[in-house]
Write a protein of this length. Structure first.
Length: 241
């Protein structure tokens, strides 16, 4: 049977489950109806490595009308909430063309992020991933990003619409798992977990194993890759690049 999902380049090494999979032109989202936000977002950083002049950030935030109304977030949910519309796939990762950048501002690519988190350590991590992708020995960089909810703590909610009390829960943490495919064929992985608040440690201090993230999030990462070498890669914490 033909594996249709693997025909997408972003999903070459695997695709976790989700309530609805949203295929954008340059990245893929696995959406959670229960949490009214993405469970994960999967991308290839700078997919064509075109080295074109960067387009201006569009900031055209908007709902994703492919998602049923009862399950999608709206701009009003974030208004006066005290939380940023935090990108999962970073705007700066897709800025060769306007259509690339525009897609990153769909609310299906957003999660509520504390301003001190979104605008500081999270942004720094995004920048470091682009620096990794720019290295000569790196052929492609795959990234999967998403929210984590700590159910041992009270979950904060933002937004309330109509009479249904529809709200968007605020993640307690965010994760980012990076897979770099080098020109020599070697595959390297890094994984990060960061609490959704202002942070003061170096980015490298938030490294975890990919195996830990699988347990933490309840999803399989890069499940198309198998074998003892891959498991060893998932079980280690690599030095920062």
């Amino acid at each position: 049977m033909l594996d249709i999902l693997s025909m997408r380049p972003e999903m070459r090494y695997g695709c976790p489950a989700a309530d609805q999979i949203l295929f954008n032109r340059f990245y893929v989202v696995g959406y959670s109806y229960y949490f009214r936000q993405a469970k994960w977002a999967l991308e290839i950083v700078d997919p064509d490595k075109k080295d074109l002049e960067e387009v201006e950030r569009l900031n055209n935030f908007r709902p994703d009308f492919r998602i049923p109304k009862n399950f999608r977030a709206d701009l009003s949910d974030y208004r006066l909430s005290g939380y940023d519309r935090g990108h999962l796939v970073a705007s700066a990762n897709l800025n060769d063309e306007e259509i690339q950048n525009s897609e990153t501002f769909l609310l299906s690519n957003m999660s509520p992020q504390a301003p001190g988190f979104n605008q500081q350590k999270w942004r720094e991590l995004e920048s470091l991933v682009r620096a990794l992708d720019a290295q000569d020995e790196v052929l492609e960089t795959y990234v999967i990003t998403g929210p984590i909810f700590d159910f041992f703590k009270q979950i904060k909610l933002i937004g309330e619409r109509d009479n249904n009390g529809i709200s968007v829960p605020v993640p307690s943490h965010f994760y980012k798992c990076v897979l770099a495919e080098e020109r020599n064929g070697q595959i390297k992985m890094w994984a990060f977990e960061m609490e959704n608040k202002s942070l003061d440690q170096n980015v490298e201090s938030y490294r975890v194993t990919t195996s830990y993230l699988e347990q933490r999030t309840g999803i399989l990462l890069w499940d198309k890759l198998t074998g003892p070498e891959i498991q060893q890669e998932k079980d280690q914490i690599r030095k920062m690049w």
